[in-house]
Design a protein around this ligand. Structure first.
Ligand code: ADE
Length: 414
C-alpha cells in the first residue's frame, strides 16, 4: 500500500530523533538483536496505531527487524511528528499519518491501516480496534490478536467483551506491573510537567496545582508537582483513592472548591467533562488548563467557548480564552493529552519498558494463535522478563529465593 504522509524529505531529522531514543532503549536493543536472528514475525503483517514519535518508530523498526511487514497510523492527530513518520517510510514501513490531521483525515488513516489486513496489531486508545470491529468484520476473523496500550482503551475493550462484541483476543498491556508502575506513574509524571513547562515557560514552585484524578497517572503528576514546589490539591470521585491522596500528603476537596484556588489544572481521569462550565466560571484569571488523559474530552471545550467573548491563539500550543467575566484561561494543546501534543511523550527509558511489553505480547499471541476472543493480562513471565532486562541494562543485580525459602512460601504447614 502507498504511504500517506506529509513530506518524505523530512526523514533526516526523523532519523536523528530515532537514533537518539535508540541509544536509550536497551530492552528494545536486546529484542532487536534477538529478533534479527529468530525472525518471530516472518511473513506476518503488524499494524501499529500509536503516538507517532521517535520511541514508537523505533519499536516499529524492531518489529520489522523480526521479519514483519509493518504499517502505522496515529492514535492522536497532534502527537504525530512528520519527520519521524518520514524516517519510518524511509526505513520501508508504510505510514498513514500527518501532524494536525482533521478528524476526517485521522479516521481515514485508521481505515487505511485496517485495509492493510494485519495479522497482529497494537492499539492505543481503541480507535483501530473500533474501526476493525465496526467496518471490517471480514478482516477480523483472520486477525491473530492485538495489544492495547492505555487505560482508556482497556475500559473500552472490557465493555466490548461484556457486550460480547469483542471478536479477537486482546492483551491489556496497560495492566502489566512493568507498565503502570513506571509508564503511568513516572512517565506521565515527568512528561506532563516537561510539556507544561516548555510550553508556558512559567514557574511551578509556590503555585497551586489541581490534579483531577488520582489513578497511576494522577499520582505521578501530583508527585512531580510536589517535587517542583507546588501546593497540590487532588480531586477524586473514588473514596479509596481520595484517602490515598490525603495520606500521600495532598489536600483533597471537590473540584468546585478547588476551581478558584488553582493556577494549573491537570485532568487525568479518562472521563468526559470533568472540568465543566461551573468549574471554568469559578477559575481565577490566567489559570492554565491541561489534559493528560487519552482523549480531548476531559476539559469541556464547548463550555469554554460559551463562557468566552473571544478566543485567540497564544504561544505555540496555547489557546487563550477571554471570558465574559474579564478573566483569561489558557488551554494547552487544544485539551489533547498535553505530554504528546505539546511535548515528546514519556522519556525513552520508560517507553522502553512499555514497548518491550508490547513487542513480547505480540510474540506471545503468535505462539498462542487459538486464544478465544477476550481481554487477557500480559503473562507474568513477560512482565518479569521486561523488568529483569531493564535491571540488567542498569547493571543492577537482585537476590534469589533459596530452595528452602521457596518451599516455605509454598507450604501451608509451619
Ligand atoms: N510515546 C509513544 N506512545 C506514548 C504513550 N502512550 N504515552 C507517552 N509517550 C508515548
Amino acid at each position: 500500500m502507498q504511504s500517506q504522509i506529509r513530506d518524505l524529505s523530512l526523514a533526516p531529522s526523523g532519523w536523528v530523533k530515532i537514533n537518539w531514543v535508540k541509544a536509550h532503549m536497551p530492552i528494545l536493543n536486546s529484542l532487536e538483536e534477538e529478533f534479527r536472528q529468530t525472525k518471530p514475525f516472518q511473513g506476518k503483517k503488524v499494524a501499529i496505531c500509536l503516538h507517532l514519535e521517535a520511541k514508537t518508530a523505533y519499536m516499529a523498526q524492531v518489529i520489522a527487524a523480526g521479519g514483519a511487514t509493518v504499517a502505522v497510523a496515529a492514535s492522536n492527530p497532534l502527537s504525530t511528528q512528520d519527520d519521524v513518520v518520514a524516517a519510518l517510510v524511509d526505513s520501508g514501513i508504510t505510514a498513514f499519518a500527518w501532524h494536525g490531521a482533521t478528524a476526517e483525515e485521522y479516521t481515514n488513516h485508521i481505515h487505511q491501516l485496517a485495509q492493510f489486513k494485519p495479522d497482529l496489531f497494537i492499539d492505543d486508545g481503541g480507535d483501530l480496534t473500533n474501526v476493525l470491529h465496526n467496518h471490517y468484520q471480514e478482516i477480523l476473523k483472520d486477525i491473530i490478536g492485538g495489544c492495547e496500550e492505555t487505560t482508556t482503551g482497556i475500559i473500552r475493550l472490557r465493555s466490548m467483551a461484556n457486550d460480547k462484541a469483542l471478536k479477537i483476543p486482546m492483551i491489556a498491556v496497560n495492566d502489566a506491573l512493568s507498565k503502570y508502575f513506571f509508564d503511568n506513574r513516572y512517565g506521565t509524571g515527568q512528561s506532563v510537567w516537561d510539556a507544561i513547562m516548555r510550553t508556558t515557560n512559567l514557574v511551578v514552585a509556590g503555585k497551586t496545582v489541581v490534579v483531577v484524578g488520582y489513578g497511576w497517572c494522577g499520582k505521578g503528576t501530583a508527585m512531580r508537582a510536589k517535587g517542583l514546589g507546588a501546593k497540590v490539591i487532588v480531586t477524586e470521585i473514588d473514596p479509596i483513592k481520595a484517602m490515598e491522596a490525603m495520606m500521600d500528603g495532598f489536600s483533597v476537596m471537590p473540584l468546585i472548591e478547588a476551581a478558584p484556588l488553582g493556577d494549573y489544572f491537570i485532568t487525568v481521569t479518562g472521563n468526559k467533562s470533568v472540568i465543566a462550565y461551573e468549574h471554568l466560571a469559578a477559575m481565577k484569571d490566567k489559570a492554565i488548563l491541561a489534559n493528560a488523559g487519552h482523549f480531548d474530552v476531559e476539559i469541556d471545550k464547548n463550555a469554554l467557548e460559551k463562557l468566552s467573548s473571544s478566543i485567540t491563539p497564544g504561544k505555540p500550543n496555547i489557546t487563550e480564552y477571554h471570558l465574559t467575566n474579564g478573566r483569561t484561561l489558557y488551554l494547552l494543546g487544544e485539551g489533547r493529552l498535553v505530554n504528546l501534543s505539546a511535548g515528546d511523550g514519556h522519556p525513552a527509558e520508560i517507553m522502553d519498558l512499555t514497548f518491550g511489553l508490547q513487542t513480547l505480547s505480540l510474540v506471545h499471541l503468535l505462539h498462542n494463535p487459538n486464544l478465544a476472543a477476550a481481554v487477557y493480562s500480559v503473562p507474568k513471565e513477560i512482565d518479569q522478563r521486561v523488568a529483569l532486562l531493564k535491571l540488567k541494562a542498569l547493571s543492577i543485580k537482585i537476590d534469589k529465593l533459596t530452595p528452602e525459602q521457596e518451599a516455605y512460601l509454598n507450604s501451608w504447614q509451619v
